[in-house]
Structure formats: structure tokens, C-alpha cells
Design a protein around this ligand. Structure first.
Ligand code: KIV
Length: 278
């Protein structure tokens, strides 16, 4: 059964942990869906882990639309959230809603936007009023990395934790159905999560968030430029690709691949004709 934003929100009341991963392509989305994941985020992390950019700020709306539509063809039950890229929602409300609409038309069920400013709060109100469920994102917000001054842990003391909580409450009142909390000390994330009615989805925010999200390429070891402290590698795809590709190269160069069952054959009479032809 399709998971909706409303259902995900209810998981918190039911004390059911929410599971979320990113995906950017059809087969990965299909397999995560088969595994029973609740949310698939078409994250702007695609910029780093798939497109090889050095920052998430470099991925475009057009690119995000393509990844979203591929994911939507693969996942039937998971809630699909489209991650709005840098400056696709900050220029004006009209522009933001038009771009959010592009995600929905590409197959997303909801969108995610970063930040907790008055502008973002008003935007969430307008988006939900327009029928677009919104996942908010607080703590470390990668699209603001240049103003934050680096990949820095947020909510490291009492004052900043309260600031995040206050922003989270405003986002909740504006209609956000969940909030990603990124790189926040586990005690701060627990304090914030316990004071919200909507679920928090943690990434580097400890075990007491209402759910967890990771970048799928970190999970399956398919990205090795860097590895965040909070990511857990469940599988080594790099090793698997290296070993498999080396074996393939060996088999091709030694003539072991392809074998007869991997080849097409002529019928005998055609073969005879060929052999008798000068
Ligand atoms: O783009 C992304 O992958 C994210 C994280 C929250 C997983 O925003």
C-alpha cells in the first residue's frame, strides 16, 4: 500500500520508527521499495555521489526532474520526496511553487526544502495550501554551507538547540509533515524530537529521532571520496565492482568470455554454406 505523507506523520503517534534512504535511479528505487523502505528521498546529494560535483549546490532542477521520474517508476509504495535544489525555492514564492510542481509532475509525492527562516515558514504554508506536502530540513543544511562556513555540527549548546526547536515548531505549525535533522548532537535531537508532534528524520542526529535517513551510496559503499562519521557502510560495492571488473577483464583477455551458451549459433546447414564459400 502506498505510504502517504499523512501516514508517515502517524508513524510517530504509533511509535513506529521511520526508515528512509536516498535513491536516484529506477533499479535502486525498485529494490528499496521491495525491501519495504518507508521514504525514498531523491536527494540533492546526487550532485556528489552520482554526478561527481564537489557541492550539492551544483545540481539543477532539470537534472533533479530526471532522477525523480526514474525513481517514481521504480518505487510503488514508498513515499517519494523530491529534494529541491539550491536556489530553486529561494528566489520567490511563485518560482518555488512552480518548481515544487515540477517535482510532483515528475512523480514525487512531496518535496524537501532546507532552512527555518520566515521566508521558508511562509513558503511551507503556501506549498501545503497548494497541495504539496513538505519535508523540512534543519540542523546542518548543506545548501547554506557557504554561509555556515563548513560542514559544522549544529545545536552544540543550549541556546542553539532552543533556536532549532523554535524554528522546528514554526515549520510544524506552517504544515511541514516531517523534519530532517542533520548533524545535531544526539541529546539535542532527542530534546527537539520529544517536543514536536511531527516526526524528525535524523542523519547524524542520534538514535532518538523518530526515523533515520542515509545516503544510499554510503550504505552500500558506492562512494569513496569521503565518508561521514554518521554513515554506516553495510556493503562494499566498490570492492564488488573492482573484483568483478578485474575478473571480466581477465576473462575477455584470456578468451574465456563469452562461452558457447553466451553466444548465438548458426544452423548447421548455414554453417556448411559458409565453410564451403571461398
Ligand atoms: O540530499 C540528501 O541526500 C539529503 C540527506 C538528508 C540525506 O538531503
Amino acid at each position: 500500500m502506498k505510504k502517504t505523507a499523512k501516514k508517515i506523520q502517524k508513524f510517530k503517534l504509533e511509535n513506529k520508527k521511520i526508515t528512509a534512504l536516498t535513491a536516484y535511479d529506477y533499479p535502486t528505487a525498485k529494490f528499496l521499495d521491495m525491501a519495504g523502505i518507508d521514504i525514498i528521498l531523491v536527494g540533492d546529494s546526487v550532485a556528489n555521489v552520482v554526478l561527481g560535483y564537489d557541492s550539492t549546490t551544483k545540481v539543477s532542477m532539470n537534472e533533479m526532474e530526471i532522477f525523480t521520474s526514474a525513481v517514481s517508476r521504480g518505487a510503488k509504495e514508498a513515499l517519494i520526496v523530491g529534494d529541491m535544489p539550491f536556489l530553486s525555492y529561494n528566489v520567490s514564492y511563485e518560482d518555488a511553487i512552480r518548481n515544487a510542481g515540477r517535482f510532483i509532475k515528475a512523480g514525487a509525492d512531496a518535496v524537501k526544502i532546507e532552512g527555518g527562516s520566515e521566508y521558508i515558514i511562509n513558503l511551507i504554508k503556501r506549498m501545503t495550501e497548494s497541495g504539496i506536502p513538505v519535508m523540512a530540513h534543519l540542523g546542518f543544511t548543506p545548501q547554506y554551507v557557504n554561509t555556515i562556513g563548513g560542514n559544522l555540527i549544529q545545536g552544540k549548546d543550549f541556546e542553539t538547540t532552543i533556536k532549532i526547536l523554535e524554528a522546528a515548531k514554526k515549520l510544524e505549525a506552517a504544515g511541514a509533515f516531517s523534519i530532517v535533522l542533520e548533524m545535531v548532537p544526539k541529546e539535542s535531537a532527542k530534546y527537539i524530537s520529544e517536543r514536536l508532534t511531527i516526526p524528525t528524520i535524523g542523519i547524524g542526529a542520534g538514535v532518538d529521532c523518530d526515523g533515520q535517513i542515509l545516503v544510499v551510496n554510503d550504505l552500500i559503499g558506492k562512494f569513496d571520496d569521503y565518508s561521514p562519521k554518521f554513515a554506516r557502510k553495510y556493503f562494499d560495492s566498490k570492492e564488488m565492482i573492482l573484483t568483478t571488473a578485474k575478473k571480466y577483464i581477465e576473462d575477455v583477455t584470456s578468451g574465456v568470455f563469452p562461452n558457447d551458451t553466451e553466444s548465438f549459433s548458426l544452423k548447421n546447414e548455414e554453417l556448411v554454406k559458409l565453410e564451403n564459400h571461398k
